[in-house]
Design a protein around this ligand. Structure first.
Ligand code: ATP
Ligand code: MG
Length: 558
């Protein structure tokens, strides 16, 4: 299912750096890694990082590791570890045998922490979290040394070992690097290396009750794995001096370099795992794979092809300055890919019954429909025409405005692949709503062309009442109604109309009966995919994305 990924050499500043390093003979091979924390599902921002790290390993001689940054057992779960692997694979990338976990290095990280203590570069601090925070200073004020900063090596080693042995409760003590409380860069003001957390870890179980911080674990894990280019997002730029400090002070087996790029931001979208976790937890969405979620799992369920995501991240490129990408760009890439690959079918989302009065009762006929206008190799299929049909409610207007060329009393239109029909009567219910149309067809126009050369201005989709099948259709709109939703108060920006359910839709029988998870185009409506909520009697189809400006195009054609 996965297509080969096109080589994209020298497209951005990171690839330029790598090329220059190779030209200078610094490395025989390039080793990158994608380092997710298993505390949530991956989102499209991660797809950018995945495509960058795995893409580089495909384009240059090298490899890319998948490494779980599993240093915080409180928030991490096996479900996330599994979903992340499935999502990276689905995107089309392969780590081969290079699957790693930061927790695999807990022993070595611990030994190196003792080494820092012995070298006088780390100390156990008994201050509370709050005291540590308050004494750290600000951007304009230096921090203050901890009263525990000058403990002897022996005392520090003893306390650190007792921390590890589980003698102290959570939060009682931490291990800190001894760098400089007056450093201009706050990250260098004696950062925390280890904290006490009596928590079960998905992989190491109860073996540990102290866990390394991200800053302490990350660079050393890179060094252990021989990562050459450790690529991360811009918020870690200020952490780089600390990253380099550890690499310099510790006897690590290799010396990786950290490079930062701008994270992906999208309009109408929040890409923060904190927010996404809350959306799921507070049931604003139906789960991590809700088709409105910007997660990889959500997009997959929605029918977004992996090739469209790869194309999207290729188009947005990799830059050093933060920016916000228009979600329209993502939609463009999805449409383009689906237009190329999705077979065409017909569906009537909001059915209006039509009776063809001059078509013999009990008679049906098979007509030929093409499956893809630009790809004859996918062939044709038969569709059934009969006396009773459904058309789309909004393809009819009793009192149409001037530029409405679809069905209206007295007006003639083409039913796709079938005949010209003309509306001869309107049947209404007690409330005055149109519930059925009476039409006549012209048998001479079979296939959709009139031998006398007369023209119609609209071609409409339709389905036979007897042979089409009922379906539920789900139409998704942006999850947020604000183009730049507020992450700190996102509930206020949620779009109340992000999901519209059409429960009386009709679809072609071949679509209803197929279990394919490939999206199809319902002509004039958009791209749709079968959802996992389908039951044998009632298929559920989700709209991946709509077609652009169908009405405007039709008007223009007329
Ligand atoms: P969040 O900030 O949403 O909680 P995170 O950055 O903490 O996400 P990680 O699991 O640590 O999530 O991320 C794994 C990798 O993906 C990191 O290298 C991170 O820089 C990168 N990444 C995360 N979000 C984005 C984004 N929006 N654009 C590009 N890369 C991203
Ligand atoms: Mg992170």
């Amino acid at each position: 299912m996965t297509e080969p990924v096109a080589a994209e050499v020298g497209r951005d500043f990171i690839r330029d750096i790598i090329q220059a390093d190779l030209d200078q003979g610094k490395y025989q091979e390039i080793v990158t890694r994608f380092p997710p924390e298993p505390n949530g599902y991956l989102h499209i921002g991660h797809a950018k990082s995945i495509a960058l790290n795995f893409g580089i390993a495909q384009e240059f001689p090298g490899r890319c590791h998948l490494r779980f940054d599993d240093t915080n057992p409180v928030k991490e779960e096996q479900e996330y570890i599994d979903s992340i692997q499935a999502d990276v694979r689905w995107l089309g990338y392969d780590w081969g045998k290079n699957l790693f976990f930061a927790s695999d290095y807990f022993d070595r990280l611990y030994e190196w922490a003792e080494q820092l203590i012995r070298d006088g570069l780390a100390y156990v601090d008994d201050q509370t979290q709050e005291e540590i925070r308050l004494s750290r200073g600000t951007l304009t004020e230096p921090g203050k040394n901890s009263p525990f900063r000058d403990r002897s090596v022996e005392e520090n080693l003893d306390l650190f070992r007792r921390m590890k042995a589980g003698e102290f409760p959570n939060g009682a003590r931490v291990l800190r690097a001894k760098i400089d409380m007056e450093a201009g860069n706050i990250n260098l003001r004696d950062p925390v290396l280890y904290r006490i957390l009596h928590a079960h870890h998905p992989r190491t179980g109860n073996a540990w009750c102290i866990y390394p911080s991200y800053d302490y674990a990350h660079g050393q894990s890179d060094a252990i794995e021989g990562i050459t280019h450790s690529i991360c997002t811009l918020e870690f730029e200020d952490h780089r001096p600390l990253y380099d400090w550890f690499i310099e002070k510790l006897p690590v087996p290799s010396k990786p370099h950290q490079y930062e790029f701008a994270r992906l931001n999208l309009t109408y979208t929040l890409l923060s795992k904190r927010v996404l976790t809350q959306l799921v937890r507070d049931a604003h969405v139906a789960g991590w794979d809700d088709p409105r979620m910007p997660t990889i799992a959500g997009m997959r369920r929605r029918g977004v092809p992996p090739a469209a995501l790869r194309e999207f991240v290729k188009r947005i490129g990799v830059a050093k300055a933060n920016s916000v990408v228009d979600v329209g760009m993502l939609e463009f890439c999805i449409r383009e890919e689906l237009n190329r690959t999705a077979q065409r079918r017909m569906a009537v989302l909001r059915p209006l019954k039509v009776v063809i009065e001059n078509y013999p009762e009990g008679q049906t006929e098979e007509l030929e429909a093409i499956n893809h206008p630009d790809d004859p190799s996918v062939g044709t299929r038969k569709i059934t025409f009969g006396r009773e049909l459904y058309i789309e409610q909004d393809d009819f207007m009793e009192n149409p405005p001037k530029k409405f060329f679809r069905l209206s009393p007295g007006n003639e239109v083409r039913l796709r692949y079938a005949y010209f029909v003309k509306c001869t009567g309107v049947i209404k219910n007690d409330k005055g709503e149109v519930v059925e149309l009476r039409c006549t067809y012209d048998p001479a126009t079979k296939g959709g062309n009139a031998p006398d050369g007369r023209k119609v201005k609209a071609t409409m989709h339709w389905l036979a009442a007897a042979t089409s099948k009922p379906a539920e259709i789900r139409i998704y709109n942006q999850l947020f109604s604000n183009p730049s939703p507020d992450a700190s108060n996102f509930a206020a920006d949620l779009n109340p109309n992000s999901l519209e359910i059409l429960s009386d839709a009709r679809i072609e029988a071949c679509v209803a009966e197929s279990n394919s998870t490939e999206p199809v185009q319902f002509e004039r409506q958009g791209y749709f995919v079968r959802d996992k909520d389908s039951t044998p009697g009632k298929p559920v189809f989700s709209r991946t994305i709509g077609l652009r400006d169908t009405f405007a195009k039709e008007v223009a054609k007329g």
